[in-house]
Design a protein around this ligand. Structure first.
Ligand code: NAI
Ligand code: MG
Length: 354
């Protein structure tokens, strides 16, 4: 099978880590006669913005439409406001392709990576399913009386029946399929419209899944449990903003942003899905060649799973487990002396032996 992959390396370490992910894809192609990849690279991001006054081509979404998947590094650059770089590229793609499911595994692959004393791989192993198309990131709002004493800004959360039901239903399906518990995270005590609605939908849809054991936590309590009792969680479903924040906590308890991955999925497969590390362009280490490529490589594992090539998804994950034992050879964020490139090269060797 041939898979068409659109590469958007983006800015800073984004392009550095995507190169290593592509190395892995090419190795898979080499090792598996039944799989091949075609790549097309798109130079979009903040440098493109500085030159063209926009983050991507006007018909960018049309150009990406025919691909099987999009592989993105990160965007963001000092000098370009973050709300522009984020909204005009990343959120355009997530929205344009109705990638309403964001899958972020919170999986501890090596107990030495967690700052949580006495927690093991068994305790920290869950999946956060984040709503990815609306909610707090809808972009709706207003800015009134700018600069005046009566200045006021409104940022509106938009929770549609369709949008809320489909993400919650997806999560119930995932929990049922994998025989895991499902936890909804919301905040109905303070957000008296959106989150009351969320909780109602969670309960309503749940009637169709009597076999799935459910829990419902307020986001503040959930934040505490992520750190104090991560073993409570198996599958978690939550809104766009809460999912964004909670999964950074998830990254912190599993080895940091250098290991955190996320898939932006359109489950109906009407449009391409997008795979990316959770981290940003990291201007503080960009250009030094020391960014950890493992998050981006884990994204490749998610991509393989999505393509139905779970054999490769698992091979990559188990190779990540192996390479994480070679502390010396890892990048500085994990205490090693390796470089982005040396970790990528070593990964290819280990994948061959796997
Ligand atoms: P960041 O994720 O770029 O960096 C946060 C910290 O983690 C930095 O100290 C960085 O050096 C470290 N770090 C991140 N990834 C790493 C890796 N692979 N290996 C080693 N260390 C790593 O987040 P920050 O600093 O808040 O944002 C920087 C820029 O990235 C901003 O312009 C922001 O808007 C953008 N951004 C873009 C995202 C995307 O494209 N998906 C996501 C998050 C931020
Ligand atoms: Mg984030």
């Amino acid at each position: 099978k041939n898979f068409n992959i659109a590469l958007i390396p983006g800015d800073g370490i984004g392009s550095e880590v995507v190169s290593e992910g592509v190395k892995i894809l090419k190795e898979i192609e080499e090792m598996d006669a039944a799989i091949s990849f075609s790549f097309a690279e798109f130079p979009w991001g903040c440098e493109y913005y500085l030159e063209h006054g926009k983050m991507m081509a006007d018909d960018g979404i049309e150009q990406l439409q025919p691909f099987d998947a999009i592989y993105l590094g990160a965007v963001g650059y000092p000098g370009v406001p973050d709300h522009i770089s984020l909204r005009e590229l990343l959120l355009q793609i997530r929205k344009g392709f109705d990638q309403y499911v964001n899958l972020r595994p919170i999986t501890l692959l090596n107990p030495s990576l967690t700052p949580l004393k006495s927690k093991t791989e068994k305790d920290v192993d869950f999946l956060v399913i984040r709503e990815n198309s609306e909610g707090e990131y809808s972009g709706a709002g207003d800015w009134l009386y700018k600069g005046k004493p009566e200045e006021v800004v409104l940022q509106t959360g938009v929770f549609s029946r369709k949008g809320t039901e489909r993400i919650i239903r997806y999560a119930y399906e995932e929990a049922r399929k994998s025989n895991r518990t499902l936890t909804s995270v919301s905040k109905a005590n303070a957000l008296n419209y959106s989150m009351v609605f969320w909780d109602e939908v969670f309960e309503e849809v749940g009637k169709e899944y009597p076999d799935v054991e459910t829990y419902s936590y307020l986001v503040d309590a959930a934040s505490l449990y992520f750190v104090a009792q991560p073993e409570r969680f198996e599958v978690v479903v939550t809104s766009n903003l809460f999912g964004d924040i909670l999964t950074d906590i998830g990254a912190a308890i599993t080895g940091g942003l250098g290991l955190a991955t996320g898939a932006n999925v359109n489950p109906e497969r009407n449009y391409p899905s997008m795979f990316e590390p959770v981290h940003g362009s990291a201007p503080d280490i960009a250009g030094k060649g020391i960014a950890n490529p493992i998050a981006a490589i884990w994204s490749v594992s998610q991509m393989m799973d999505f393509f139905g090539e779970e054999k490769w998804g698992e091979a990559i994950l188990s190779t990540i487990k192996t390479i994480l034992k070679e502390t010396e050879q890892l990048t500085p964020d994990l205490g090693g002396q390796g470089s982005t490139k040396s970790v990528g090269d070593r990964f290819v060797e280990l994948l061959k032996d796997n």
